[in-house]
Design a protein around this ligand. Structure first.
Ligand SMILES: Nc1ncnc2c1ncn2[C@@H]1O[C@H](COP(=O)(O)OP(=O)(O)OP(=O)(O)O)[C@@H](O)[C@H]1O
Length: 240
């Protein structure tokens, strides 16, 4: 069978994905794809299944259906192989080491890919001067927004080709959100694919090429920001 152009362009392909926690069906028959160079956002209310979706793509849950990254089924690959293959899952701030310094946490991001570490560290500090100012500071003493920057910065230290961001805007003051937005725009220029799961719809509409609206574990709508903004269902959901 020949490979179509669309298949070549599709970097991440989620097909008929279902995930349950015991009797709780968190995702049912979800289809999502991310094409070369795209930023895609998954939006939805609390409990919609957004975190379950990105956790599953990151290799943290068993699933029915298929998740292929660069043609490889995620379930058949180890987390370290996925990272080595350019997939980096940046969770809120859950995976930072509290007692390590900012710089130590950043350097951990390149443990599988040490080549170019110094250059990448400088790039991260250029993106987030706040982190450079705090490079020797213990991570546990950072503000929530600074931890978010550190989490994103650590993701970039792995020289990712595909970044998964779990709620990058959560709980951030407007000035920090602006820093994260600007960093995201710089990352988009590197032609890295990005999958964002977000509750902040304004943030998602601003940054995504395409969006999926998830509700009760199912995709209810998908499309470009323009097509979704004029969709009555989404309008109701967004609140006008
Ligand atoms: N470990 C778990 N055990 C049982 N049920 C779970 C577990 N984790 C999530 N769920 C349930 O799965 C559903 C989807 O949860 P999930 O956290 O993926 O949603 P979400 O869209 O990320 O929500 P939020 O924006 O509030 O984080 C919810 O009904 C939730 O209660």
């Amino acid at each position: 069978m020949s490979t179509t152009k669309q298949e070549i362009d599709t970097v991440l392909s989620v097909e008929n994905l279902s995930v349950s926690y015991g009797k709780v069906q968190a995702l049912e028959d979800v289809n999502v794809d991310v094409k070369s160079g795209e930023t895609v956002a998954v939006i939805g209310p609390n409990g919609a299944g957004k975190s379950t979706l990105v956790d599953t793509i990151g290799g943290f849950h068993d699933y029915d259906g298929s998740i292929r990254y660069n043609g490889t089924e995620v379930a058949d690959s180890s987390t370290s192989n996925l990272i080595a293959d350019g997939l980096f899952y940046c969770t809120e701030r859950r995976d930072l080491f509290d007692y390590m310094s900012v710089e130590q946490n950043l350097r951990l991001g390149s443990y599988l890919n040490g080549e170019g570490e110094e250059r990448r560290l400088e790039e991260v500090f250029d993106l987030f001067p706040r982190l450079e100012e705090r490079r020797t500071q213990e991570t546990q003493s950072l503000s929530g927004g600074e931890m978010q920057m550190l989490s994103l910065g650590r993701g970039l230290m792995s020289d990712p080709e595909f970044l998964i961001l779990d709620e990058p805007s959560i709980g951030l003051a407007p000035v920090i959100l602006q820093d994260i937005s600007e960093a995201l725009e710089s990352i988009q220029e590197l032609s890295v694919e990005i999958l964002i799961c977000e509750q902040n719809i304004t943030f998602a509409l601003e940054h995504a090429d395409r969006l999926y609206l998830l509700e009760n574990g199912s995709v209810r709508r998908s499309g470009t920001p323009d097509s979704l903004e004029s969709d009555k269902f989404v309008e109701t959901y967004i609140g006008g």
